[in-house]
Design a protein around this ligand. Sequence first.
Ligand code: AMP
Ligand code: MN
Ligand code: MN
Length: 314
Amino acid sequence: MLNLLQQCSGAKTIGITGHVRPDGDCVGSCMALYLYLKKVMPDAEVLVYLEESAKAHYQIESVKEIDYNFTSKPHYDVFFCLDSAPERTGQGQALYERAAKKINIDHHITNPGCGDVNVIQPEIGSTAELIYNLIPEEDLDNDIAKALYIGIIHDTGVFQFSNTLPSTMIAGSKLIQYDIDFANLIQESFYEKTYKQTRIMAEAVLKSERYLDGKCLLSYFTREEMTKLQADSPDFTGIINRLKTVRGVECAVFMYEIEPGNYKVSLRTSDRVDATKVTTVFGGGGHVKAAGCNIQGTPEQVITKLTEEIAKQV
Ligand code: AMP
Ligand code: MN
Ligand code: MN
């Protein structure tokens, strides 16, 4: 088991980053590690770098201390890359590469480990659970527990997906012993949507189309549609999971035109389809049942490329 304190011993500056368009696991695990290191290394300068993310994660008080603009750029003694390989951390990558010691902690099966020190455990459902395992119990507190809990519920679909292990439930049972109002946390950060998000989700469901005898359900937004809906990435959270709940669907796909002619693609699959086998063809990655990639082209071209790959498995 990695000893975080030992790894950071003597460090005066410690940076932490995670993937672009950070999700609950990314924000939760970065903030938990941040809070822990600040607590046990009060003399070190610790800073988290992330892109701005959905409001739901702002239930973690300390997110206001995140450097969203990547303004501060010292040479770090230790730099952590969480929930991702460094290539997918946007502006965080340069800071990571320049650091004296790089530590990569992740649970993506497609991440080979890109640090001087690597903790890559694809069998663990969330990076937050991994961080939970690395923080000594006596150092946990309400704020750290909340950040970890948010991370775990986001990546396990509130202890529902098959990446939920007995160890995940044990971690959850420990964390709800802290003062974290977990029922509200789940409601507000996982289920609750704004009116606008709800309408966008409805639109995505309405315009979804079936491929491969209904085994693949796909929906997408072009830039033009996004402008009309005034929608952007944070407005799309939950759409892919909703598409996956449709009976008979073995592979749900949601995609949006992140920049002209470039589609950000999300996949959620059942037991029979390995999502990473599809996304790695296009230079992406992820987990067996939840993965992503970017594909260039018109919607029709992207759909053809994708369904050809998915067809190999259904
Ligand atoms: P998403 O559909 O974007 O929510 O991603 C599903 C899972 O795959 C998440 O765990 C992501 O971190 C991961 N993922 C998405 N896109 C990529 C990518 N281009 N490379 C590696 N992992 C990805
Ligand atoms: Mn993530
Ligand atoms: Mn994760």
